[in-house]
Design a protein around this ligand. Structure first.
Ligand code: HEC
Ligand code: HEC
Length: 280
């Protein structure tokens, strides 16, 4: 009898655990699906043309139903479905998709919480590339995996165009760290094999969209620091050569370098001289 009741107890405990797991799993599901419905809700209230226009491949069947409201553009209607040609991003179409991103990144791409990177003024190509990497699991982040998964390549381009059209708000550097940060940023440290950051990211931190070197200007120091530290500790955002660049540089940076660079970068302003640069 005692054996039976123990077995029964285990069974009850087991199913209770399973239930608890199922409950928490569905809570997670609910959480991750909530933003999606927010997107579709906002997409639904936004002009519907945006999403259909962006996807000529699936438009063939949808075109019939939307033809009444949307004048079909000759080019997208005749384009063969196989050619998944990604057009330059459409910031207006991107804005509808970006509504959900605003919760963390700020609706104009200027996040107020420094753990979330600013996207304002970041290049369209870089944003689209990172979203594709998150979706493919090459750049690993559970939150961004969930955010990037529903986005098509064209959505990524559109969202990128939207945030690229915004202006990043200036940050402030810590005066105590500026000198060391500036020296590394502008000259690197040849004795330790550290290249000058500005060689790729440009002197004002604007970056180089063509080469997909991101803008660093005014980025939150906390995010920069965490990112450089992750690379230093072995994180890589993919297996192509492009993704090896920053990890190999960050390996040569120590904790002081990283703190100084992160602070210096946050204080960089692209247009006017920064407070950091103004100090002799
Ligand atoms: C719940 C918070 C949250 C939401 C919502 C969110 N993100 Fe993010 N995002 C993050 C975090 C955290 C990171 C940093 C990931 C890392 O450290 O690798 C990030 C990083 C990014 C990056 C990389 C930026 C860089 O400088 O490398 C891009 C691009 C991005 N998010 C785009 C988006 C877009 C587009 C959306 C909306 C579809 C979105 N995010 C929604 C939290 C969020
Ligand atoms: C040879 C070119 C090159 C040099 C030099 C370089 N970077 Fe980069 N940097 C890149 C590339 C490429 C990326 C994008 C990484 C990716 O997509 O995997 C990047 C990304 C970054 C990012 C992430 C930005 C974001 O929004 O997530 C930070 C931070 C950064 N670099 C800081 C630095 C610092 C600090 C230095 C100088 C010590 C430096 N970089 C030198 C090419 C370079």
């Amino acid at each position: 009898m005692s054996f039976r009741s123990a077995g029964f107890r285990n069974a009850v405990l087991g199913s209770a655990t399973a239930l608890a797991f199922a409950l928490s799993a569905s809570a997670v599901m609910a959480q991750t699906t909530a933003p999606k419905s927010a997107v579709s809700a906002s997409a639904a209230s936004a002009p519907a043309a945006a999403s259909t226009a962006a996807k000529p491949a699936v438009a063939s069947s949808a075109a019939a139903s939307t033809a009444a409201t949307t004048p079909p553009t000759a080019s997208s209607a005749t384009e063969p479905a196989v050619a998944v040609a990604i057009k330059p991003g459409d910031a207006t179409a991107g804005q509808a998709k970006a509504a959900v991103c605003g919760a963390c990144h700020g609706i104009d791409g200027n996040s107020s919480d420094p753990q979330y990177p600013k996207l304002a003024g970041q290049s369209e190509a870089y944003i689209a590339h990172q979203l594709a990497s998150f979706k493919a699991g090459k750049r690993q982040n559970p939150i961004m995996l969930g955010m990037a998964t529903p986005l098509s390549p064209q959505d990524m381009q559109n969202v990128g165009a939207y945030f690229a059209s915004k202006t990043s708000l200036p940050g402030v550097a810590d005066q105590a760290l500026v000198d060391h940060g500036q020296t590394l940023f502008r000259e690197g440290d040849p004795t330790r094999g550290i290249p000058a950051c500005m060689a790729c990211h440009s002197i004002d931190g604007r970056g180089n969209p063509g080469a997909m070197y991101p803008q660093l200007t005014a980025q939150h120091a906390q995010y920069i620091q965490a990112t450089l530290k992750a690379w230093h500790d072995g994180t890589v955002w993919g297996d192509d050569t492009h993704s090896q660049i920053m990890p190999s540089i960050a390996q040569k940076l120590d904790a002081n370098d990283i703190a100084a660079l992160a602070s210096y970068v946050e204080g960089l302003h692209s247009a006017e001289p920064t407070p950091a640069l103004a100090t002799p």
